[in-house]
Ligand binder design. Structure first.
Ligand SMILES: Nc1nc2c(ncn2[C@@H]2O[C@H](COP(=O)(O)OP(=O)(O)OP(=O)(O)O)[C@@H](O)[C@H]2O)c(=O)[nH]1
Ligand SMILES: [Mg+2]
Length: 478
């Protein structure tokens, strides 16, 4: 169980586990400086200024003849520190043994081992960060692409919290107008016109809903956008996966039905992380294992935000229609189907398309569904690499990173999404109440609920259980 006592001085290894050039051990709490002073040979740290670094030797007072290591202690004095407490970071040689010995020595000298996320939890407790910012610290550490990093660092800086704060203030304003009306209800005075309040509430509802709607893109950017590559056996799906990843990840052969299971890998292209999923070719077969694989291909379509449907010049009209219908049946809401013609190197000229493809690529753009789609079909050759860059450009357009409207303000955290959805729901009831001219009591209650949900995002209102569940997912030392 997570025991939280903020009067303890805590310590933890803050660098990655294992052996590195340097390891950093972080100590935070009221006794941070005095504890380290006891094991420090060099300038007494009690007399040094804040944000200063000092070379010295770490020595166990019980074994004074054999120093543990030489290292650098950086002293940060409260309150201007990450946790808001006195903090000392000791950099030592990155030996696993030195790290372990130093931690043991610190514990013997009066520190306690930090719980996961406890440094950040203390930063939150001491008002250095609000809850959404604290959560973003973990996201910044976990970011594996430019877009994921951009979203997380903007949230860590407080842009998202500021937006939530503004929404909350506007709601409080409406609430106070309503409360005022309640206070004077006996005198039958209406301070704010209901029409005006409904107008305000409606605008806020739109704002909250559209913020919540950014979650699907936000979470895809944070975790990697799932892109399924589907099509008939031998269409070149595995060849395309390998071309996109720039490595020979999946087996390619001219035997239809080579890929039996889904093959997944991630890669960052132009700052966006994609999770490409190569699938078993779609066809009727009596092979049991292959059929299991085809079942997984449909699951991959259902999970994908973008589906690349790879077709080849020799596809028949019948097959084209049949597959199109089948794939669309499994397409998730809001997902995009991108039809791509492969093996164009086999065509005498790109305009030399067989009849059924003429239909799909010239007259009808139907397979390319959403308004975000690139309207022109993409003609590639997975084996020569021709136009793969056009395909990745199309993916970039579909990724949502180009949506300029507050691209950095996206919901990436499921907890925030849930809170925004609940806030939108209770605000919708406020709106209904205002329109139905219900008594101010009822409306004020739903309004308070809306404010509560927004407050939970930034942690203005919080519970120990919530904090525990958030911080226990952090790594130790953060
Ligand atoms: N000429 C030409 N051949 C290609 C191209 N892309 C793939 N091929 C060939 O087509 C055959 C099938 O390629 P794969 O990538 O294994 O096809 P797949 O869609 O993964 O097939 P399954 O796993 O069986 O569903 C191989 O012989 C590839 O070399 C292309 O752009 N042009
Ligand atoms: Mg394959």
């Amino acid at each position: 169980m997570y025991q939280y006592n903020d009067s303890d001085t805590i310590c933890a290894i803050s660098t990655a586990p294992g052996c590195g050039g340097i390891a950093v051990i972080r100590v935070s709490g009221p006794d941070a400086i005095s504890i380290i002073n006891k094991i420090w040979r060099g300038k007494p740290l009690s007399s040094v200024g804040t944000h200063t670094a000092h070379l010295g030797t770490i020595t166990d007072p019980e074994n004074p003849t054999e120093p543990l290591d030489s290292g650098v202690a950086t002293v940060f004095r409260a309150p201007g520190t990450f946790t808001g407490e006195d903090v000392v970071e000791i950099s030592v040689h990155g030996s696993v043994w030195i790290q372990r010995e130093l931690i043991n020595l610190l514990i013997r000298t009066g520190c306690r081992l930090a719980q996961p996320g406890e440094f950040t939890r203390r930063a939150f407790a001491n008002g250095k960060l609000d809850l959404a910012q604290a959560e973003a610290v973990a996201d910044v550490i976990a970011a594996t692409s430019r877009s994921a990093h951009r979203l997380a660092s903007s949230q860590m800086r407080g842009d998202f919290s500021k937006r939530i704060g503004t929404l909350r203030e506007k709601l409080i304003e409406i609430a106070s107008l309503l409360e005022l009306e309640l206070d004077f209800s006996e005198e039958d005075v209406e301070f704010a016109s209901r029409i005006h309040l409904a107008e305000l509430a409606k605008n806020l509802h739109t704002e909250i809903s559209s913020l919540a709607a950014t979650f699907s893109t936000g979470s895809a950017l944070k975790n990697g956008i799932p892109v399924a590559i589907v099509g008939e056996p031998n269409a070149g799906k595995s060849t395309l996966l390998n071309a996109l990843l720039n490595e020979s990840r999946a087996i390619v052969s001219d035997i239809p039905g080579t890929t039996r299971d889904t093959v997944e890998d991630t890669i960052e292209i132009d700052g966006v992380m994609y999770r490409f999923i190569d699938t078993a070719g779609l066809r009727e077969t009596s092979d049991h294992v292959e059929n299991l694989g085809i079942g997984r291909s449909f699951e991959a379509i259902e999970r994908a935000r973008i589906v690349i449907w790879l077709v080849t010049p020799d596809i028949s009209q019948e097959k084209l229609t049949e597959l199109h219908t089948e794939i669309k049946k499994h397409l998730a809401e809001g997902a995009t189907l991108l039809t791509v013609l492969n093996k164009t190197d086999l065509l005498a000229s790109p305009t030399d398309l067989p009849h059924p493809l003429q239909n799909i690529f010239t007259e009808s753009q139907e397979p390319v569904t959403t308004e975000k789609s690139t309207q022109r079909p993409i003609l590639i050759s997975a084996s020569t690499g021709h136009n793969i860059d056009r395909l990745t450009q199309a993916l970039h357009t579909l990724s949502g990173t180009n949506d300029s409207a507050g691209a950095d303000l996206m919901v990436t955290n499921a907890r925030h999404y849930e809170a925004l959805t609940l806030a939108a729901e209770s605000l919708a009831r406020v709106l209904d109440g205002l329109r139905a001219n219900l008594s101010g009591d009822f409306i004020a209650q739903d309004l308070r609920e809306t404010i509560h949900h927004l407050s939970a995002i930034t942690g203005t209102i919080t519970t120990t259980d919530l904090l525990t569940s958030i911080f226990q997912n952090f790594c130790i030392g953060k």
